[in-house]
Structure formats: structure tokens, C-alpha cells
Ligand binder design. Structure first.
Ligand code: SF4
Length: 62
């Protein structure tokens, strides 16, 4: 599975990075991005929590 961040709706609040820094980082433009091509099963719950916590629903875990 992978995490996709919609940079058109991300507001750069950093919540996803706080919840799951192993997957998300803030890019030079101040928006979130996924650092990994595939999410390991170990981090999948955290990635899904980050998606749920995103205030703009910018993260999709597929
Ligand atoms: S939680 Fe959502 S809005 Fe906030 S930085 Fe992450 S992707 Fe962007």
C-alpha cells in the first residue's frame, strides 16, 4: 500500500508528520509528501491514522 498526498488540499499543518514521521515529511514548499513507495505493514496503522487525522482529507492510503 502507498500513501498519496494531494498537495492541492494539504495545508502543511504537519499533523501527519507528527503521527507518522516514518512515512510523511514536509517538503521545501511546506506541504506534506510521502517518503516511501510502499508502506510496510508495521507502519500501516500509523499511516492510516495520519490520513484520518488530516484536517483536509488530503491523504489517501491505497
Ligand atoms: S495532516 Fe493533511 S493538511 Fe496537514 S500536513 Fe499532513 S497532509 Fe497536509
Amino acid at each position: 500500500m502507498k500513501a498519496l498526498v494531494n498537495k492541492n488540499t494539504c495545508i502543511g499543518c504537519g499533523i501527519c508528520v507528527d503521527i507518522c514521521p516514518e512515512i510523511f515529511e514536509i517538503d521545501p514548499q511546506g506541504l506534506s509528501e510521502s517518503m516511501v513507495a510502499e508502506i510496510s505493514s508495521y507502519y500501516l496503522p500509523d499511516a492510516m491514522n495520519a490520513a484520518s487525522a488530516c484536517p483536509t482529507n488530503a491523504i489517501k492510503v491505497l
